[in-house]
Design a protein around this ligand. Structure first.
Ligand code: ZN
Length: 229
C-alpha cells in the first residue's frame, strides 16, 4: 500500500501567471508542454523551478502538443498517435520527444516523466521513451491498473482524482472539490509506489476503452456541430 497518492499537475498551453501556493510543501509531478515555455513569464519559470528544487519532478507533455496532421473538424490535441491518420514511425516520435526534452532541460533541468498528449501512445512511443531514459511514462487508467515496468520504463496509469495515481489540470486547481482533494490527501513521488504486472488482456481492454472514449468525445462534438442524431 502506498502511503499517499501520486499527483500530476498538468499545465496547459494557455496557462500563465501560475499560482501553486495551494501545493506548497507537497511533492508531485509538474507536467509542462515544451511549446508553452515561450508563453510562460520569467516569474512562472522561477516558480516552477522553485517547486522542482523542493522535490517535485518534471513531466514533459509531448513537444508542440499538437498533431502534425491538419485537423479541421476533430480536435488536434495529440502528438504521438493520431486516430485518423497514419501512425508516426519511431524516428519521428523519437525526434519530437528529444526536441521537447531538450527545450525543457534548458529551462528547468532534468525531465523524469514523459506524458503523451491525451495519453495517446503506441509501441514506438514506449521504445523512444526507453531509449531517451525517461523514468516514467503516464497512461490513462480505466481498469484499475497497477503501475508497471516495461524494460526499465515505469508506466504510471493515472485517472482524474481517483485511485493512487491522479492528475489535475492547472485550470481546475481553484475548484472547491479539487482544493478539498488536495487538502485531504498525502502525496508521494512515484518511486514510493510498488509496481506489479497487469494481465495482458486487461491492458488491452484499457487501451481499447481509452480509444473509444476519445472517439466518443470527437463523435459528440461532430454530431453537435452538424446537428446529427
Ligand atoms: Zn491527429
Amino acid at each position: 500500500m502506498a502511503m499517499g497518492k501520486v499527483l500530476t499537475l498538468y499545465i496547459n498551453l494557455q496557462d500563465k501567471d501560475l499560482d501553486f501556493s495551494l501545493l506548497k510543501g507537497k511533492k508531485f509531478i509538474l507536467a509542462v508542454c515544451p511549446s508553452s515555455v515561450n508563453n510562460l513569464t520569467d516569474k512562472d519559470i522561477e516558480n516552477i523551478n522553485n517547486f522542482l528544487e523542493k522535490g517535485c519532478i518534471l513531466g514533459q507533455r509531448g513537444d508542440s502538443g499538437i498533431c502534425k496532421y491538419p485537423h479541421t473538424i476533430t480536435e488536434p490535441w495529440h502528438e504521438n498517435v493520431c486516430l485518423y491518420n497514419p501512425s508516426l514511425d519511431f524516428d519521428e516520435q523519437y525526434d519530437l520527444m528529444l526536441n521537447g526534452k531538450q527545450v525543457l532541460e534548458e529551462v528547468f533541468g532534468k525531465v523524469d516523466v514523459y506524458c503523451p498528449i491525451n495519453h495517446l501512445y503506441d509501441v514506438n512511443t514506449v521504445k523512444a521513451a526507453q531509449i531517451l531514459k525517461y523514468r516514467y511514462m503516464m497512461d490513462l487508467n480505466l481498469q484499475e491498473l497497477s503501475p508497471y515496468e516495461n524494460n526499465g520504463l515505469i508506466i504510471l496509469p493515472e485517472s482524474k482524482e481517483k485511485g493512487d495515481i491522479v492528475y489535475i489540470h492547472y485550470s481546475d486547481l481553484q475548484k472547491k472539490e479539487v482544493k478539498e482533494f488536495i487538502k485531504n490527501n498525502e502525496f508521494v513521488l512515484p518511486n514510493e509506489l510498488q509496481t506489479a504486472s497487469n494481465p495482458e488482456n486487461i491492458l488491452l481492454v484499457n487501451e481499447i476503452q481509452k480509444k473509444i472514449r476519445k472517439y466518443e468525445k470527437d463523435l459528440k462534438k461532430l454530431k453537435e456541430k452538424y446537428n446529427l442524431e
